[in-house]
Design a binder for this molecule. Structure first.
Ligand code: HQG
Length: 184
């Protein structure tokens, strides 16, 4: 299985398991789980040939551990990043480290200064524990800039934080007063 195929299937899985399950007639439960057989059947109708071996290879090779497969092997879900209204992952709240980071593009800074960080179409604002990840995430949108978030302070003020299975930190909104440009 070559890297290009794995990457293509990973993008397809992100699309249907996070954003548009209905595009292939797939049902997700509120915890985001889809039936693997239904996923394979739905993908086939879309002209995409998947099998369990390929799905497992994508799951185990995902650099960010984006997906998980249930213990019985019959269900699969994305561990974070959802925008579909059918999913409402019940994460357990967790105390964050003192600082977390968010990578964005310089063109968004003015709006972020006005509104703070908002989730947009996703269910949460995504934060990382390391700066390198934040830079990579920011580069997807343009000239990257890293914001440093006073996460523990926010938590002490009552803001809820969650950590997805793959380590990504999630929160609903970061008001402007808790963030500043890293390096400044
Ligand atoms: C920006 C990847 C204007 C925000 C990554 C970001 C992540 C604002 C963009 C995950 C704003 C949303 C998510 C405001 C936030 N005004 N722009 N007030 N507040 N923004 O793609 O965080 O590879 O929805 O800074 O690793 O870039 O897909 O979120 O630039 O964990 O697994 O609005 O996606 O994971 O963009 O990325 P996104 P994100 P995967």
């Amino acid at each position: 299985m070559n890297a290009k195929t794995l990457n293509e299937v990973s993008r397809f899985l992100s699309y249907v398991l996070r954003h548009e399950p209905q595009s292939i007639g797939l049902q997700l439960d509120s915890e985001g789980w889809a039936d693997v057989e239904s996923l394979i059947a739905g993908a086939a109708k879309d002209g995409r040939v998947l099998d369990i071996g390929l799905i497992q290879a994508v799951v185990s090779s995902s650099d960010k551990k984006r997906f998980s497969i249930s213990d019985d092997g019959q269900h699969i879900r994305a561990v974070q990043g959802h925008s579909t209204a059918s999913v409402n992952l019940q994460h357990v709240g967790k105390e964050p480290p003192e600082f977390l980071y968010h990578g964005t593009a310089t063109r968004f800074l003015e709006s972020i200064q006005q509104q703070g960080l908002i989730a947009g179409s996703r269910h949460h604002v995504h934060l990382s524990q390391n700066i390198t990840t934040a830079i990579t995430v920011g580069q997807r949108h343009g000239k990257p800039v890293v914001l440093k978030i006073k996460a523990l302070r926010m938590h002490q003020k009552g803001f809820k934080f969650f950590q997805a299975e793959n380590g990504v930190w999630l929160t609903s909104h970061v008001p402007e007063k808790f963030l500043y440009e890293y390096g400044q």
